[in-house]
Design a protein around this ligand. Structure first.
Ligand SMILES: Cc1cc2nc3c(=O)[nH]c(=O)nc-3n(C[C@H](O)[C@H](O)[C@H](O)COP(=O)(O)OP(=O)(O)OC[C@H]3O[C@@H](n4cnc5c(N)ncnc54)[C@H](O)[C@@H]3O)c2cc1C
Ligand SMILES: NC(=O)c1ccc[n+]([C@@H]2O[C@H](COP(=O)([O-])OP(=O)(O)OC[C@H]3O[C@@H](n4cnc5c(N)ncnc54)[C@H](O)[C@@H]3O)[C@@H](O)[C@H]2O)c1
Length: 477
């Protein structure tokens, strides 16, 4: 089905004449689209898939997977450091080599997607490494690395899953320095002596703790008044204290005025007049959506927007579905995969539940882990709900106390009083992301708080802290 058409489209008319007819074209193969294209091909559709870099997107190569390998190693070091308080003596000599090796060999195959591409081909998908762009409704041009083009007309339509790239901060001098983003950080083969991390969001927090636990002197700079801005402030405060207690320097509410680099390393100047020096600079200060060069304007959408509006079936227009981070429903792999399944059902004519985002879970995999689902207290109040909250510290629960060092955290629940259900919750602590599963069910299924209170909570588990937090709701905080 795939005839080469080697000319760049000069206008829409020529594009139409040279097109190959297919059923579906998918541009950008983040983790969601990877499963969507396979499912569509298995459903009998003629599918063309295009990615300009690596099949699977940011998550397996530069995001979730390598960063979680880094965190697993860093947390193992921290756990070994707790032997003295709990079980005798242990001597630990951190080494980055096993981390770099695991990421390169086990996680990313040396940042090579040949296996993922072969999976698509085996499923019957026509795959191109190239840049895909919409040229009209249901029409796509693909620019291949050798400068040739393919043009497609997709009778069923087009799915966009282009994801994001690290945001480039408009800080004086920064662009001309060899700073790291998450992409360089996960490819590190050796460690610097010191590092400045710009951004205290999930990427900055996770990376800062990794490098700090490996002995790098880390300074974390956050422009906002606190780290982990979208999380509950109590959780952010606990994490900041953990970071500081571990020897990290955390500066919030800072303005960075300029950055420079020399043989001596990086210098970061602050609005206060102070300056900081470090061997490495890691910028983790948000993401830029890959929407600026994907032809959105050809279908009447705004290429400068940060998100594309989608309905509950992931439709963004005539014969157009959009999934993943660029939908603005939560920049998480599980959201992209959830959306991919809905889009696949819709474009293959199957019924199924529409998308709902009232219970999006998220976990920052620091130690302690910070899990959240649904609304924070402030978000619930801003939504006009009559709210009651209850919280309980993890370390004063039986299990938290038994756990000892590393047991800090909390459970916080947010109740919509009128409906008597939880609309949001936080589970922070050892395995906080796993405890979150319970709370995600409660928020998702709108289990009445009265029912949650009749449950038996196993002793001594971390999740028993949920029962205590629910008890505190009665105190009418
Ligand atoms: C360091 C880090 C850690 C993270 N950790 C987690 C975590 O623990 N849990 C979690 O749920 N999420 C995590 N995330 C977020 C997660 O990686 C993303 O939410 C996830 O990858 C889904 O993104 P996406 O589907 O929108 O697209 P992406 O994964 O960004 O993939 C988009 C793909 O589209 C391609 N593309 C873009 N434009 C074009 C074009 N015009 N033509 C062809 N191809 C194109 C790109 O090459 C890319 O392969 C993390 C992210 C980072 C950076
Ligand atoms: N465990 C996870 O699920 C996980 C992990 C990493 C990333 N992610 C996803 O990736 C997304 C992107 O992560 P991120 O951490 O880059 O972005 P983010 O937008 O969540 O956080 C960026 C942080 O940088 C700060 N910042 C911005 N400009 C700054 C400046 N000039 N100086 C100092 N600080 C500045 C912001 O205030 C914010 O706190 C996340 O929102 C999340 O959805 C998820």
């Amino acid at each position: 089905m795939d005839q080469p058409t080697d000319q760049q489209p000069t206008d829409q008319h020529s594009t139409h004449q040279q097109s190959t007819d297919v059923d579906l074209v998918v541009i950008g193969l983040g983790p969601g689209a990877e499963s969507l294209v396979t499912g569509a091909a298995e459903a009998g559709l003629r599918v063309v898939a295009v990615d300009k870099h690596l099949v699977g997107g940011e998550c397996p190569y530069y995001g979730c997977v390598p960063s979680k390998m880094m965190l697993r190693a860093a947390h193992t070091l921290a756990e070994a450091g707790r032997v003295g308080a709990l079980a005798g003596e242990a001597q630990v000599a951190p080494s980055w080599a096993p981390v770099a090796q695991r990421i390169s060999e086990e996680a990313t195959s040396g940042w090579d997607d040949a296996i993922a591409v072969q999976r698509l081909v085996d499923a019957g998908v026509t795959f191109h490494h190239g840049i895909g762009r919409l040229t009209d409704t249901g029409r796509v041009s693909v620019e291949l690395p050798d400068g040739t083009w393919r043009h497609y007309e997709a009778s069923r339509g087009v799915v966009l899953n282009p994801g994001t790239r690290p945001a480039v901060l408009p800080i004086d001098g920064l662009a001309s320095t060899p700073y790291w983003t998450n992409r360089e950080a996960v490819q590190a083969t050796s460690l610097p002596g010191s590092m400045i991390v710009i951004g205290g969001g999930p990427i900055g927090a996770e990376m800062a703790q990794v490098f700090s636990r490996f002995g790098v002197r880390v300074t974390l700079l956050e422009v906002a008044p606190r780290i982990l801005g979208p999380s509950e402030p109590e959780a952010a405060a606990i994490l900041e204290k953990v970071f500081v207690d571990e020897g990290m320097r955390v500066m919030t509410g800072v303005e960075i005025t300029s950055v420079s680099h020399s043989d001596a390393g990086f210098e970061v100047s602050l609005g206060s007049g102070d300056s900081l020096q470090a061997d490495r600079l890691l910028v983790a200060a948000g993401r830029t959506p890959n929407l600026d060069d994907i032809g959105l304007e050809t279908v009447g959408l705004d290429p400068s927007a940060r998100t594309v509006e989608v309905d509950e079936r992931m439709r963004a227009g005539d014969r157009l579905w959009v999934i993943g981070d660029v939908t603005g429903k939560g920049a998480f792999t599980h959201v992209a995969m959830y959306q991919a399944a809905i889009a696949l059902r819709d474009l293959t004519g199957q019924d199924g539940a529409p998308a709902r985002y009232h219970a999006v879970p998220h976990v920052t995999f620091t130690d302690p882990e910070v899990g959240g689902v649904g609304l924070t207290e402030q978000q619930a109040r801003d939504a006009g709900l009559q709210v009651r909250v209850g919280s309980a510290p993890m370390e004063t629960s039986s299990r938290g106390w038994l756990h000892g060092p590393g047991g800090s955290g909390l459970v916080k629940v947010v109740e919509d009083v009128d409906r008597g259900v939880l609309v949001g919750a936080t589970a922070m602590g050892p395995s906080g992301g796993e405890v979150l599963g319970f709370l995600a069910v409660a928020v998702h299924a709108e289990v009445p708080v009265a029912t949650l209170r009749t449950m038996i909570y196993a002793y001594p588990t971390f999740h028993r802290t949920i029962e205590t937090a629910l008890d505190h709701l009665e105190e009418g905080q």
